[in-house]
Design a protein around this ligand. Structure first.
Ligand code: SAM
Length: 283
């Protein structure tokens, strides 16, 4: 028979597991919603001028649930897709044969030979990583990209026209970024950084997406997942911003976020860009 202390510790572990499951679910929802938003903005899964018959090997760093890789693998059946992620959240059995998912940490270096890939893709990764890690990753991406190959990135930047609730979230987020030594403006100058690092034809554009205001389903889906995300991560936000009561924050996120976004015409700014590695000189 278990003692009260043992029972309490089992219940504690169950609660922790439940919280972890909720967090994973919320992350998956927002990743999925973001995928369709970015796809809508750029009109497909990629912007780089890649040529289908040149696509032999492609890499995604931080593939998450793998949705981009799986869609691309179906679109380019002759190309092998490789992905590396610290915490993969891909389906266990059903995915295209040309998808190769690997659990790994890019800060240990990318485990692929020089000049392997025709396209390297990252989405919603650089914005969450300390500057030092981003620079290390960019060097590694350059190393593993073939001459004439492309690097493409898509990142959410920040909330625009926030009302009181989202200002609270943004405030907490800014503290978190500072603590983690994350430079929230780095992505905005990534085209220049890439040119300095030897890439060419670097292009970067930003777009403002309305959150839940318009009738289009991707925007609403994004809003719903965001609401869930704010509720699930209320512990983190309320700790960071010292908001007095967690439950109050959850209620605000659940009930008041939608009218607030409509009233303030809230949007989220995203950045998308790509660059190419100089081909071998023909002179
Ligand atoms: C915000 S999610 C984005 C996932 C996916 N790219 C998407 O947009 O749906 C960031 C992903 O990067 C992965 N990640 C974070 N740090 C990493 C690291 N050091 N090495 C490899 N993957 C990492 C996380 O596990 C997570 O799946």
């Amino acid at each position: 028979m278990q003692s009260t202390a043992q029972q309490e510790s089992v219940q504690g572990l169950r609660r922790q597991q439940q919280q972890k499951n909720n967090e994973t679910k919320a992350e998956l929802q927002i990743d999925g919603a973001e995928h369709y938003l970015f796809k809508g903005v750029i009109g497909g899964n990629y912007m780089s001028p890649i040529k289908a018959n040149n696509m032999k090997k492609c890499l995604e760093v931080g593939f998450g649930c793998g949705i981009w890789m799986m869609e691309m693998a179906s679109e380019f059946p002759e190309c092998q897709f490789y992905g590396i992620d610290l915490n993969p959240k891909t389906p266990e059995n059903t995915y295209p044969d040309n998808c190769n998912f690997l659990k790994g940490d890019f800060t240990d270096g990318l485990p692929y030979p020089d000049e392997t890939f025709d396209l390297v893709h990252v989405k919603s990764l650089l914005m969450y990583k300390p500057v030092e890690h981003v620079h290390k990753l960019l060097k590694e991406i350059y190393r593993v990209t073939k001459k004439g190959g492309y690097f493409e990135y898509k990142e959410p930047l920040r909330i625009k026209n926030a009302g009181p609730i989202l200002n609270m979230v943004q405030e907490g987020w800014d503290i978190f970024l500072k603590e983690q030594k994350i430079d929230k403006d780095l992505v905005l100058s990534l085209d220049r950084v890439l040119l300095q690092q030897g890439w060419k034809d670097a292009a970067l554009t930003t777009h403002l997406i309305s959150v839940g205001e318009s009738e289009d389903s991707a925007s609403n889906m994004f809003y719903e997942s965001w609401k869930k995300f704010s509720e699930t991560f209320s512990d983190i936000f309320t700790t960071l911003i010292e908001f007095p009561r967690k439950e109050e924050f959850k209620k605000l996120a659940r009930n008041d976020l939608e009218p607030e976004c409509k009233k303030f015409k809230t949007g989220v700014e995203i950045a998308v860009g790509f660059a190419t590695k100089r081909p071998i000189s023909t002179n």
